[in-house]
Design a binder for this molecule. Structure first.
Ligand code: ZN
Ligand code: ZN
Length: 436
């Protein structure tokens, strides 16, 4: 029943049945961890996993894969390494001789931004399959190594592995993150050579590639002409491109379509509002804001996670729940002063909707969740160890500049995984080359 509820996405029911069980075995623990992962409660998944380990159950492949998935989502590499170590010593005689586990390890290390370790696992695999290759190619792409991802894709084909639908998604992603429009189009066209018909996601990837590279009209046409109905996520990606290139013509059409598709998602109103506002079209901006208020649409809260000493610390924008809150805010103010000395000016263009006047805007942006996590990292993590942050939304422009400068002033390596990709900030520059 736990497993059934879990698979159906009903975590509350799964928890209840699990809680009432007089006796639990490996299957029930495993089902509970899986239920948490499916419901997106990754912190809880790890806590359940820990309890299972304390009660001395010997984990099997299924539950270890679930635990690794949770680590990957939280960017909890210390925990992930622990699972890796466990595999090497405890159960599988020296190496995790199971391609499911090896893939989960590669995926976890990639999603935590630890490419070296991902490579080591990948190269140690004796009998890989296409899913494993996809994980490694996708990991390279996500970490900003588009070129290496494409090379690995060619190597995979050369070795006789048959690419599948997911392969083309990660490969197109590799092109997107590095702005390779022509190569992306070629790869998209080559799909039929492998007997694969492009699905909605593939069209979406190609549209995203075009949009980010500035061809927003071409991207819009592609979404309109594709054989299936595009979804909100695809229009949403195009909308961020319109924002990035400040294209009000396409942006207005796409923005309205998105509000129609998801009237309850406040974020949809905010982007269109901002696009109008930046272009000085205040009347229309106000109308959108009013519509949002009338419908009671809510914005998704920004959340950032940072792992330290085996614990995952969570921060919301403007959060004051953390025990170190006082120290964190003091440090942020201190950082602000140091940055102003070197001529840093806030870019508030992306948060116009939050507040009405310039000063307040400045205050809000200083407390975006990733900044709180970053300050926590500087305070707690010793020099020489990278600060790893995972964020649920896209990093905003101002926080991006901020992280670059902090990496220089404090001489820290800062690794931020946002909704789409990794940013590795080091000595004042970011691995994404400001393209994200
Ligand atoms: Zn921000
Ligand atoms: Zn970046």
């Amino acid at each position: 029943m736990v497993s059934g509820y879990g698979k159906g996405g009903d975590l509350v029911a799964a928890r209840e049945v699990f809680g009432r069980m007089p006796e639990r075995n490996l299957v029930s623990w495993s089902a509970m961890v899986d239920a948490c992962v499916r419901a997106g409660e990754f912190g809880e998944a790890l806590r359940v996993f820990d309890r299972m380990m304390t009660e001395r159950f010997r984990p099997d492949v299924v539950v270890l894969v679930s635990a690794l998935k949770a680590c990957a989502h939280l960017g909890a590499v210390e925990r992930g390494r622990w699972v890796h170590g466990y595999l090497e010593t405890e159960s599988f005689g020296g190496r995790p001789a199971n391609v499911l586990l090896e893939t989960a390890l590669v995926d976890m290390y990639c999603k935590c931004g630890c490419l070296e370790e991902a490579w080591r696992v990948f190269h140690g695999v004796q009998q890989g399959d296409v899913v494993l290759w996809n994980a490694m190619i996708g990991g390279l792409a996500m970490n900003g190594y588009g070129q290496r991802a494409l090379e690995l894709f060619r190597k995979m084909v050369h070795k006789g592995f048959m690419p599948n639908e997911s392969t083309f998604i990660v490969v197109l992603c590799a092109c997107t993150h590095t702005g390779r429009v022509d190569e992306g189009k070629e790869i998209f066209d080559s799909m039929q050579n492998y007997g694969i018909k492009p699905q909605r996601e593939h069209y979406g990837c190609l549209a995203d590639l075009l949009g980010r590279a500035g061809c927003v009209e071409e991207a819009e046409a592609l979404l309109l002409d594709m054989p299936m109905e595009p979804q909100a996520s695809q229009w949403g990606a195009l909308m961020s491109s319109c924002q990035m290139h400040n294209d009000i013509n396409v942006g207005e059409r796409v923005g309205k379509r998105l509000i129609e598709l998801e009237p309850d998602d406040g974020g949809r109103y905010v982007v269109l509002f901002n696009l109008y506002a930046i272009n000085g079209r205040w009347e229309e901006a106000r109308a959108i804001r009013q519509m949002m208020e009338e419908r009671g649409a809510k914005k998704e809260t920004g959340l950032s996670f940072i792992e330290w000493n085996g614990l995952v610390h969570e921060f919301m924008s403007g959060d004051t729940r953390h025990p170190q809150t006082r120290k964190i805010y003091a440090l942020l103010e201190d950082i602000e002063r140091r940055l102003q000395l070197i001529g840093y000016v806030k870019d508030t263009s992306q948060v116009i909707m939050d507040m009405d006047d310039e000063e307040d805007k400045g205050i809000t942006i200083s407390y975006h969740s990733e900044r709180l996590a970053l300050a926590f990292g500087i305070l707690n993590i010793p020099q020489g160890i990278p600060i790893r942050i995972v964020k649920n939304l896209r990093v905003c422009r101002d926080c991006h500049v901020h992280s670059k400068l902090v990496s220089k002033i404090y001489q820290r390596e800062i690794i931020v995984r946002d909704r789409h990709r990794f940013h590795v900030f080091c000595d004042g520059v970011c691995s994404c080359n400001d393209y994200w």
